[in-house]
Design a protein around this ligand. Structure first.
Ligand SMILES: [Fe+2]
Ligand SMILES: [Fe+2]
Length: 401
């Protein structure tokens, strides 16, 4: 997969960032672009505004239901000053892009590029993409690069912060999800309309009656229901489901929907989980009773059906079985089971699975992931459901023939 990265403080994220990302994808034919918020820019030390968590949350709330566009929190996790050279090494190691990684730079930064830490190392590792940012600030870049002829959107996070502080005109310059967070958390000196004694704001997120509208609706619900790291895991799982569905001839939208929603019930308490699961009409077995957290897949399938009116059996099965697997599970269920364990932020993967990552044989990949999971559960002396064991024996027998 051809990948590009776009870093920045995203303090806050604005439409210019998303338009730029979209232009990189369409004009230079990258398959995916990753937005990476800095923890501390070497050039903007002491910048005021949202905390790293606020910036991450705004970005997570703003990336559209578009699998070509995603985000990574590696610089925030790493803390300290965020150097691009470290991020590039990390992204290449984890994502293993096809060809050279693309690095998007605004032409306002081009003149200072040689002062960056290990600038020549950066140039050897990536294809530099120079984008127009602010007309007056553009500088030439005398090293090999790809030039992006993007439209200039005269907006910056600094100007936005000022406008918010001054209760000026900013609302439609940030994506709707980020806007809600700025208003809820009163970031950048925002004062609510009521406190200013003027008319209340109009509803923020209109319903969109399309398949992607449904995906967005489910994705928003997941973002509200689970922790930030769980949301990123869900999003990464959805993206990998999308890719695997394309590889194995399945519907990628269904894969994305199952992937994004599979853990929506993970934070529920035991009682809520049992209440939901009783609605699917199936038995609760001894292990599920002993460890109700195993039921979060079944509970999520009930939520998809009852709250979002999703009746596609392949999607419901995939979500229901992602924790334990089950006899006779279909290809979409295998894809979600695999993606849940292999998504990009999972660490310490078995080398045998790493080797199989690109295989065109769904059953082999599924067998390897199942074997690793069962091996791990056994090594930790954890309970294994009967369904998982029976499935494991069947798959193991078939794969060792
Ligand atoms: Fe799960
Ligand atoms: Fe999961």
């Amino acid at each position: 997969m051809k990948l590009a990265i776009l870093g920045g403080s995203f303090n806050p994220v604005h439409v210019g960032h998303l338009v730029l990302a979209d232009t990189v994808l369409s004009a230079l034919r990258y398959d995916r672009i990753i937005l990476i918020p800095t923890y501390q820019s070497p050039f903007k030390q002491g910048a005021v505004g949202g905390s790293p968590q606020d910036r991450l949350d705004m970005l997570a709330a703003s990336i559209p239901g578009d699998p070509r566009l995603t985000m990574d929190d590696c610089e925030i996790k790493r803390k300290g000053v965020s150097y691009t050279v470290d991020t590039i090494k990390d992204i290449i190691t984890r994502y293993r892009p096809e060809g050279k990684l693309g690095l998007v730079l605004g032409d306002d930064l081009a003149g200072s590029f040689l002062t960056w830490r290990q600038a020549s190392e950066i140039m050897s590792q990536v294809d530099i993409i120079i984008a127009h940012r602010i007309a007056a600030a553009s500088e030439s870049f005398p090293y090999p690069h790809k030039q992006l002829n993007n439209a200039i959107i005269e907006i910056s996070s600094a100007v936005l912060r000022e406008r918010i502080q001054e209760q000026g005109n900013w609302r439609y310059l940030v994506p709707a999800g980020a806007r809600v967070i700025i208003e809820d958390r009163k970031l950048y000196g925002y004062i609510p309309q009521e406190a200013r004694g003027t008319a209340p704001a109009v509803p923020l997120i209109p319903a969109v009656p399309s398949t992607w509208g449904l995906v967005s609706e489910v994705e928003t619900a997941v973002r509200m229901a689970v922790s930030f790291s769980r949301f990123l895991h869900s999003r990464n799982t959805a993206l990998l489901c999308w890719d695997l569905c394309i590889r194995f001839g399945l519907d990628p939208q269904k894969g994305y929907l199952a992937g994004i929603s599979h853990d929506i019930c993970k934070p529920l308490g035991e009682e809520e989980m049992l209440f939901l699961v009783r609605m699917d009409g199936k038995e609760i077995d001894a292990i599920e009773r002993k460890k109700p957290s195993l039921l979060h897949g079944r509970a999520a399938a009930v939520v998809l059906k009852n709250r979002f009116n999703i009746h596609d059996e392949a999607i419901l099965e995939a979500v229901r079985l992602h924790t334990t697997g089950g006899m006779g599970m279909g290809p979409l269920a295998k894809v979600v089971y695999i993606a849940d364990k292999l998504e990009i932020s999972r660490e310490d993967l078995d080398p045998a699975i790493q080797e199989l990552r690109e295989t065109a044989d769904l059953d082999r990949l599924f067998g390897a992931v199942l074997e690793e999971t069962v091996g791990y559960l056994r090594s930790q002396a954890l309970d294994i459901s009967e369904g998982t064991l029976r499935l494991f024996e069947t798959v193991h027998k078939r794969n060792s023939r």
